[in-house]
Design a protein around this ligand. Structure first.
Ligand code: UDP
Length: 237
C-alpha cells in the first residue's frame, strides 16, 4: 500500500481509493528544525480535527472527511492536494507581524486571505495570483474558489470559536481536487490555527511549542473541551 509520511501525519492509500490519516505525536516548527514528541497529541488532534471538519461540513463546506477508524486515525476521500496553503487572518500574528511591522493582535477587518506555495525546500514562500498562474499550480478560477471556500470556512470556524470563548487569530487551510469537485482537506487543529483564550490572550495552540512557553497538550485539551461544549450548544439551538 502507498504511504506518505508527513511531519505530523502518516497517510495510507487504501485499495478502495480512500486514505487513512494517522495522527502522530510529533510536533514540528520552523520548517522541521524544531521537533519533539508529545504522547497523546495525535489522538487529541484527530479528535479536534474530526469535530471541526464535521462542523464545517454541516455548515456547507465540502470536506474530505469520511469517518473515524480508531483513536488516532481518520478515514478521508483521496484528493489531489493543491500545493498551496491558504491562510485566513482575523488578527496580525506570526509572519504577518514580521512582514508588515504591525503589532501582534492588530485587527484585520475585513479578514486577510493569503496563499503560500507548499515547497519545504523554498521555505513555503507567499505567492500572489500571478505567481500561481506562472507556476501552473491552479487555474485563476480555482484560486477564486479556494479563496471563497477558505473565507467561508474561516468565518464559520470563528463563529464556533466565539461561542467557545476562543479568539481565532488566523488559520491555514489546504484543499484538494476530487472527482466531486474541490474539497477542504488536511486537518483543522491547534497545529494549524492560532487559538487564544479570549479573556487572558494566552495561546492554546502550537505557538506554545514554537515559543517554548510550557505545556502544549494542556492547551489542546482545553480547546477540545471548549469545542465539545460549544458544539453541544449549536446542536441544541
Ligand atoms: N501555518 C501552518 N503551517 C505552516 C505555516 C503556517 O499551519 O506551514 C498556520 C499557523 O499555525 C498560523 C497560520 O498558518 O495559524 C499563519 O501562520 P504564519 O504565516 O503567521 O506563520 P508562522 O508564524 O506559523 O511561521
Amino acid at each position: 500500500m502507498q504511504q506518505y509520511e508527513g511531519k505530523a501525519k502518516r497517510v495510507t492509500v487504501r485499495d478502495d481509493g480512500d486514505v487513512e490519516i494517522y495522527y502522530k505525536d510529533d510536533a514540528t516548527a520552523f520548517n522541521g528544525q524544531k521537533h519533539e514528541l508529545f504522547a497523546g497529541k495525535g489522538a487529541l488532534n484527530s479528535q479536534i480535527a474530526e469535530r471541526l471538519l464535521v462542523y464545517l461540513q454541516q455548515r456547507g463546506t465540502p470536506t474530505h472527511h469520511v469517518q473515524r477508524l480508531d483513536d488516532r486515525t481518520l478515514l478521508a476521500k483521496r484528493v489531489k492536494i493543491f500545493p498551496l496553503e491558504v491562510v485566513v487572518r482575523f488578527k496580525v500574528a506570526g509572519s504577518l507581524a514580521k512582514r508588515t511591522g504591525l503589532p501582534d493582535n492588530t485587527v484585520c477587518a475585513p479578514p486577510i486571505v493569503e496563499t503560500y506555495y507548499k515547497r519545504d525546500d523554498l521555505g513555503d514562500p507567499i505567492v500572489n495570483d500571478d505567481h500561481i498562474r506562472l507556476l501552473g499550480i491552479a487555474t485563476p478560477a480555482d484560486v477564486l474558489t479556494l479563496r471563497r471556500m477558505a473565507l467561508k470556512a474561516a468565518l464559520d470556524l470563528k463563529a464556533l470559536c466565539d461561542k467557545a470563548e476562543i479568539d481565532l487569530v488566523d488559520l491555514k487551510l489546504e484543499f484538494g481536487q476530487s472527482g466531486a469537485g474541490i474539497l477542504l482537506a488536511d486537518e483543522v487543529s491547534p497545529d494549524t490555527c492560532r487559538f487564544r483564550d479570549k479573556k487572558t490572550g494566552s495561546s492554546l495552540d502550537k505557538d506554545v511549542f514554537r515559543q517554548g512557553k510550557g505545556d502544549l497538550l494542556s492547551g489542546y485539551r482545553e480547546v477540545l473541551q471548549r469545542f465539545e461544549k460549544a458544539l453541544a450548544e449549536v446542536v441544541r439551538a
